[in-house]
Every structure is written in C-alpha cells, then in structure tokens.
Design a protein around this ligand. Structure first.
Ligand SMILES: NC(=O)c1ccc[n+]([C@@H]2O[C@H](COP(=O)([O-])OP(=O)(O)OC[C@H]3O[C@@H](n4cnc5c(N)ncnc54)[C@H](O)[C@@H]3O)[C@@H](O)[C@H]2O)c1
Length: 346
C-alpha cells in the first residue's frame, strides 16, 4: 500500500479525541471514518475531520477507504473489535491493552497471522524522548547491566467517577492491564530480559474499588523490579518516578510523560564523550574521596547529568505521531522493523 492510508476511528472518547487531533496534522494518514456509540460525538467528530460517521463497527469496516482501524474503545472491547477488523482484512492500530484476557490475546494473534494484516499496540511511552534517551544509555552498557527498577506512579482519581469502566475489572482488566502495561512494556525494554516470576498485592477502597496495586518481578537475566500504581489522590499530587539502578550508577526519570532525568555513575574518562552524546547534555565530574572506615575502599570520580525537556505536552503529541508513523512504515515497507513486535508471543 503506497497511498496515504485512510484511518477509521473506533471510539471517540477522551483519548480518541486527543489522538485524532494529532493524526489530522500528519501527512502520512487521513481520517476517513469515525464510529462511536455516542451519536453526537461521532457526528461532530466526522464533521470536524470531513469524515464519514458510522453507526457501528460493521458499517465502518465495509468502507473501502478505511485501511487502518484505530481502536480507542474501553479495553474489554479491544480483542473482539480487532478480531472483526482482521476478519475484514484491515490493519489495526490498537490502544493498549491488547486484550483483558490472555486467551483472547492468543486467539487474536493467531488470527492476525492467518489474515496477513498488521497490528500494533499504542505503547506511546516508547516514543517519548526522555525514555528514548534512557533506553539508549541502558542499552549502551556504559554503566553496566540494569540490576533493579522501581516504578512509583501515584495518579488522580478525580476524573474517574464511581460508574467509570476503569473501576470494573471486567471492562478495564484492572489497573495493571489498563495502565500498568505501559510500564511493564517499557521496563521489559530497559531490562533487556523477560519476566520469569511475578508476585503481587492490591488494596481495595470504598465500593470495592481496587485503587492500589503492586508487583514484584524477577527477569530471566536477573534484573529485579517493583511496580506500584495508585489512583487515589487529587491531580495536584500526581507523581510518576522511575528509578533504574545499574551496576555502576543510577538513573531517575520523573513525570508520566517524563520531562526530567537525572543520572549518576562512574565510568572511565575515555567513555565520557560517548555517554554525553547519548544524553545530549554535558556531564559534570566530581571527585569523591574514599569512604572512611571501609578497608580497601577507593576514591573515584562521579559523573552526573541532568536532562530537562521544555514542553511535556509537545513530547506527548510527538510520541503519538511517531507511534502512528512507525505503523504506517510497517504497513508500507516490507523490510521495515517496527518498534512493537509480537516476537516470542506467537
Ligand atoms: N496510550 C495512552 O497514553 C492512553 C491514554 C488514555 C487512554 N488510553 C486508552 O484509550 C482507550 C480509551 O480510553 P478513553 O480514556 O478515551 O475512554 P473513554 O471512555 O473516554 O472513551 C471511550 C469511547 O468509546 C466509545 N465506545 C464505547 N463502546 C463502543 C463501541 N462498541 N463502539 C464504538 N465506540 C464505543 C464511548 O462512547 C467513548 O466515546 C482505552 O483503551 C485506554 O486504555 C490510552
């Protein structure tokens, strides 16, 4: 397919609206169709993008101008809608999660193989500049292997009223599946390994709402990790911190769409230029005396760097664009290796 692919948007809620505005600015794609069970929303969106409004997915799939089906509905619908799109021979740009049940994910991936259509999951964090930098540094090995990761993501529940699908595990899959998948995916990349052991715990608040979850993960390569998510506070107290500990240093990244990174570590003087060019900011070097009272302890030099992004929202928009651009390349260029693959899953 060499033409500009037509997007058929399924679900025009909060995220559907945000991403449609971004796709509308992209020369690589055009929005041709929209469906949402909310009639007013689908009609106003269709008018805005000069697209066709359809009453349901079946009608949208019958539109020959739709090349890529963009699924932004609540999680429990993802697998069945993606399955229908694959059946219709359409490519699928799927919001996370892939499915709320493992069995559905397996069936869907098997179907994709048979129908020869492409599917990607919108792991938007993979395209965020601060995480791209973090990954370059961890993969370089300049500070050694990753030994430990700790994610703390404390988020607001203010926009999540009692009846919201987010609180119903049948509809959302729960916090780890609806939201935590971003960070499991990211940390799998950072570790470079795959999880072999997971244990977890959760807290339920009023109305049996599971609002805090945590997991301890062991990766095959020995990396250990802790993940904590809570949707239990006002928006002004939101905070996301990812700490990555390496053999010879540590990196701390802050923000849901991160805009701040701090690195500290030791490495030979001749490798500092390489680290600086990966980070894109200068290193400062500090002489550190040997700790007192430890026999055989050595003095050394500690390198430090701080990276700040000017505009977090602009980075989010750019990440959404890159995710779609990556998928279009995957569809149009047979030799292209996309960022999100299902290697090892099917
Ligand atoms: N990647 C990210 O950064 C990110 C951020 C936010 C949300 N999301 C994901 O986006 C998806 C949607 O989240 P949201 O916050 O926009 O939810 P939302 O509730 O605001 O929007 C969902 C929309 O889907 C519509 N819908 C429901 N059933 C439908 C059906 N059968 N056919 C067509 N439309 C239907 C609803 O009317 C609504 O407009 C979720 O999977 C969520 O996890 C991703």
């Amino acid at each position: 397919m060499k033409k500009r692919p037509g997007l058929g948007i399924v679900g025009y809620g909060g995220f559907g609206e945000f991403t449609a505005q971004v796709y509308a600015q992209m020369p690589q794609v055009r929005i041709v169709a929209i469906t949402d069970v909310d009639v007013a929303r689908r009609e106003s969106a269709a008018e805005r993008y000069h697209a066709r409004a359809y009453a349901d997915l079946t009608a949208l799939l019958a539109d020959p101008e739709v090349d890529i089906v963009v699924i932004n509905t609540p999680p429990w619908l993802h697998a069945s809608q993606a399955m229908a799109a694959a059946e219709a021979g359409k490519h699928i740009f799927l919001e996370k999660p892939l499915a709320t049940e493992l069995e559905d994910a397996d069936i869907l991936l098997a179907k994709l193989k048979k129908r020869q259509v492409h599917l990607t999951i919108d792991y938007v964090l993979r395209h965020v500049p601060v995480y791209e930098t973090l990954l370059k540094v961890t993969k370089s090995g300049l500070l050694g292997d990753v030994t430990y990761m700790r994610l703390e993501n404390v988020a607001s529940n203010e926009a999540l009223h009692d009846q919201h699908w987010f609180w119903q595990r049948l509809y959302s899959g729960g916090i780890f599946i609806e939201h935590g998948v971003h960070f499991f995916d990211l940390c799998n990349q950072i570790s470079g390994g795959h999880p072999v052991h997971v244990s977890g715990a959760a807290h339920s608040g009023p109305n049996d709402r599971q609002d805090r979850v945590m997991a301890a993960v062991t990766y095959a390569n020995g990396t250990l990790a802790n993940f904590y998510h809570a949707f239990d506070r006002p928006a002004i107290l939101e905070q996301t911190v990812l700490r990555v500990v390496l053999e010879r240093g540590s990196i701390v990244v802050t923000g849901w769409i991160p805009d701040h990174l701090e690195l500290e570590g030791t490495l030979p003087a001749e490798q500092r230029n390489q680290l600086e060019s990966l980070l894109g900011v200068p290193l400062t070097v500090r002489d550190v005396p040997a700790p007192v009272g430890i026999s055989g302890a050595t003095a050394g030099q500690l390198v430090q760097a701080t990276l700040d992004r000017a505009d977090r929202n602009a980075d989010y928009v750019e990440a959404v664009k890159r995710g779609m651009a990556d998928f279009v390349m995957q569809i149009q260029q047979p030799d292209y290796t996309p960022l999100v693959t299902f290697a090892g899953c099917i």
